[in-house]
Design a protein around this ligand. Structure first.
Ligand code: FAD
Length: 489
């Protein structure tokens, strides 16, 4: 009889919880508990469409409680605060302290015991990293949550109205700090805005600017891609640049926003120059850090730095020796996502600590870091969560020597479909497949160090249909409905 506690109910946590409920039956005395602060699951990739008014917020969020009741998972709407992996002086069972985030128990603390723990708390949206960044206290909008996306759409509607009245305007979409990841989302929002402005007949009045910390377009935080298109070798830089040219979107690369005032972003570039750009609307993605989770040992000592890296991401079976970028090896990347100090704890999705950058690290002459952080997109997050759930089920059923299930990002691929307008007949999408996500020179000594046949980029209406299909399939899967596990992550 074992209790597994999953922290977070996003793509990784929810996937892990569904698989754990499938593998570990209540009848056998096992229990799965999910701790997450919001009552809803957010299918984040479709927030882009909420942010351009093509989908209602209700189409991208779903109540978790009824899903968990149906599949036999215990749900606590709460924040995880402190992990006690060794138990405490009073209770030797490993436990996690949670704080209820809503309802009658709001603010109440509780200790939940666990035999195994999955940390899937995703990213903390670190708007504080750049002065003036963010929707609440800053001067920019975001599409990182469903509520942010609603606000982004309100702002975009204002822009459309003003442009219809003949005003000449500028919208900026991109990243809000030199260390951001998630360029794919910013790229996608940029082209969805472009599409909306064209549909509204006001594109001539609105300049669209993409601001990115990538040294060149097409890097996407994975060091770019080499792929075949129509029989020719090309790369993600040329491919992406042609999309920008075709749509008349101006790109500012190698940018690190320093300060955002109403209508003005001040940024440094890779040459160390400080520049300013005026805007009428800016959607800038924040940098991500880990959530503020703490860890405490049985003696009551703070062991947060043993369990988490300085950015708050959980250490797993990666190589965190901090060796120089030039020396990193595909084998440095985690395979089983098990914490090396506490083998009953795992991390999945954005919550695990990446061992190093994938894109070449760059610092400008002022010492400002301008390098995309390694992405952990939805597909790997789901695949890793499934592998972690299978490993935990195996450990519970077969004992501590059970074989764990690997899911190294140097071996698994990812599909990233960036829609450029949601419409059944005139929408298009830029679809990229990279296999594997992290270049693996052992397996692929060829240029680009990825599978040359499977890594590719395509643009067209078909990609848009794929993205729509993914939305409906994944939403179906997230509901845990009949046959859900047959749908791949
Ligand atoms: C706008 C946008 C578009 C994107 N589009 C794509 C795409 O098209 N394709 C793709 O592959 N990826 C896409 N991504 C990336 C994808 O959304 C992430 O990779 C994925 O959500 C990561 O999953 P996760 O479970 O690690 O984190 P999340 O999905 O963010 O989930 C984290 C969970 O932890 C919970 N939590 C937070 N703090 C605590 C706490 N203290 N205790 C307990 N729970 C906590 C949160 O409430 C949430 O439920 C996009 C991202 C954005 C922002």
């Amino acid at each position: 009889m074992a209790q597994v506690v999953v922290l977070g109910a996003g793509i990784a946590g929810h996937t892990a919880a569904l698989y754990l409920s499938k593998f570990l039956k209540k009848e056998d005395g096992h229990s799965v508990v999910v701790v997450s602060p919001r009552p809803t699951y957010n299918w984040i990739p479709s927030n882009i469409w909420v942010g351009t008014g093509k989908m209602d917020r209700k189409q991208v969020i779903y109540e978790l409680e009824p899903i968990y009741r149906r599949v036999g998972v215990d749900f606590r709407q709460a924040f995880a605060r402190t992990i006690f992996p060794e138990g405490t002086a009073e209770n030797e069972r490993p436990q996690v302290e949670i704080e209820y985030s809503d309802g009658a128990r709001k603010g109440e603390m509780e200790r939940v015991e666990f035999d195994y723990l999955v940390n899937a708390t995703g990213p903390k949206l670190n708007f504080g990293a750049t002065e003036g960044l963010g929707p609440q206290t800053g001067n920019t909008v975001s599409v990182c949550t469903d509520l942010h996306a609603v606000e982004a759409w309100e702002k975009l509607q204002e822009i459309i109205e003003r442009a219809k009245n003949g005003e000449k305007l500028r919208v900026v979409s991109g990243v809000g700090n030199g260390t951001c990841t998630c360029q794919g989302a910013a790229f996608e929002y940029t082209f969805n805005m472009d599409h909306e402005l064209r549909e509204a007949g006001v594109r001539d009045n609105v300049e669209v600017v993409y601001m990115t910390n990538e040294a060149e377009l097409g890097d996407f935080g994975v060091g770019g891609m080499v792929f075949k298109q129509d029989g020719y070798e090309t790369n993600s830089r040329l491919w992406t640049e042609s999309i920008f040219r075709e749509r008349d979107v101006h790109a500012i690369t190698g940018a690190a926003p320093q300060k955002i005032e109403p209508g003005k972003v001040t940024y440094e570039n890779l040459d160390g120059e400080t520049k300013e750009l005026d805007f009428d609307m800016a959607m800038l993605i924040p940098p991500f850090s880990g959530q503020d989770l703490k860890a405490v040992n049985r003696e009551g000592e703070d062991i947060t730095s043993t369990v988490f890296n300085p950015a708050g991401f959980m250490k797993v079976d990666g190589d965190y020796s901090g060796k120089p970028y030039e020396e990193w090896d595909p084998d440095d990347w985690p395979r089983t996502y098990r914490n090396p100090t506490y083998p009953n704890m795992f991390a999945a999705g954005i919550a695990f600590a990446p061992p190093h950058q994938i894109s070449k690290p760059r610092t400008n002459p002022n010492g400002t870091v301008i390098t995309p952080a390694p992405p952990r997109t939805g597909m790997p997050s789901g695949v890793i969560a499934r592998a972690v759930a299978r490993s935990i089920a195996a450990l519970i059923k077969e004992g501590p020597d059970a074989k764990l299930y690997p899911a190294s990002m140097t071996e698994i691929g990812a599909t990233c479909i960036a829609s450029t307008g949601n419409s059944m007949f005139n929408g298009t999408a830029a679809g990229m497949v990279m296999d594997p996500v992290i270049p693996n020179r052992h397996r692929y000594p060829n240029k680009g160090h990825r599978n040359p046949k499977r890594t590719r980029g395509e643009i067209g209406l078909f990609g848009h249909w794929e993205k729509l299909l993914i939305h409906y399939l994944f939403v179906y899967k997230a509901h845990g409905r009949f046959g859900w596990s047959l749908i791949p992550e």
